[in-house]
Design a protein around this ligand. Structure first.
Ligand code: ZN
Length: 289
């Protein structure tokens, strides 16, 4: 439509890039998914898809990290040192800014999703929210009073160390840096490495459900205790296991033991935007760029 802004968004993940254009963050008019290959190939393929939609006014990128988000740094807009081959120091925001000639909003994939949930999803009535994804890794973004929390860089919630239960310490974890950090113990590949199957494939009474719920509940309790946020929206592939979110809620309540002030105002829920939180968040970053 003449005069309408056209926003572009990229949810840049380690295995796929989700691309979208929309006339607002929630009015997506086209979307496309491409596999993540080398930066040269992937960025060019994404740019070509956007160029086919004519004049774009702004781009938002929610990316896998770690990222340089300090706007006063010459490294702003880059992916920092990552084990993903070829992607260290990739100037992802700079590439699209130069090629498409538009302002670029840039944040982590999980901060983008947290902003989307806060603005349009489960957090519409909350003052503060964390978005956690549990899939090939574990990541989290934090929004307080409408702003994504950055600090020195950005949160890396997957790399806290949960308490290991007695009789539950024989698995060393798979994080290449920390071993048995939360991601090393409870992400999808960790579950497969430990029990040979995903949670969804394991029987309902298998110990894995309780063990994983306990680890994830420790993250929730920590977030509530540290930041007093109201809401945690928890999604990702592992959370598709039937009953897991309920188990996490119950385990978090048990861990807290009724101590934290705020009580029932601390909530754990599924993302209101489902799997679209990331891509809507990227469009929101474009809208604010
Ligand atoms: Zn780790």
């Amino acid at each position: 439509m003449a005069g309408e802004r056209l926003l572009a968004g990229i949810e840049a993940g380690g295995t796929k890039f989700v691309l979208a254009v929309g006339t607002s963050p929630t009015r997506i008019v086209a979307r496309h998914t491409i596999p993540t290959r080398s930066p040269e190939f992937t960025l060019a393929e994404a740019a070509e898809w956007f160029e086919a939609h004519g004049r774009i006014d702004a781009l938002g990128i929610g990316s896998f990290g770690p990222l340089e988000l300090d706007s006063s740094s010459s490294g702003w807009g880059k992916i920092a040192t990552t084990p993903k081959p070829g992607w260290s120091n990739c100037d992802i925001a700079g590439y699209f800014g130069a090629r498409l000639g538009v302002p670029v909003g840039f944040d982590t994939d999980v901060n983008a999703a947290a902003l989307a949930e806060y603005t349009f999803g489960s957090g519409a009535a909350a003052s503060s929210l964390a978005y956690i994804t549990v899939g090939t890794g574990i990541g989290g973004g934090l929004v307080i009073d409408g702003k994504a929390v950055h600090g020195a860089a950005h949160p890396e919630m997957g790399h806290i160390f949960p308490r290991r239960r007695a009789l539950n310490t024989d698995f060393g974890g798979i994080c290449p840096v920390h071993g048995d950090c939360l991601e090393g113990l409870a992400c999808g590949p960790a579950i497969k490495a430990r029990w040979g199957a995903s949670l969804s494939e394991l029987p309902e009474d298998h110990e894995a459900h309780g063990v994983i719920a306990d680890y994830l509940a420790q993250l929730c309790h920590t977030l509530f205790a540290v930041s007093a946020i109201e809401l945690i929206a928890m999604g990702g592939g592992v959370l598709k296991a039937p009953g897991l979110l309920d188990r996490v809620r119950q385990a978090a309540a048990q861990l807290d033991g009724g101590y934290l002030p705020g009580g029932s105002r601390h909530r754990i829920t599924a993302p209101g935007l489902g799997d679209d939180a990331g891509v809507i968040g990227a469009l929101l970053l474009a809208d604010c760029a």
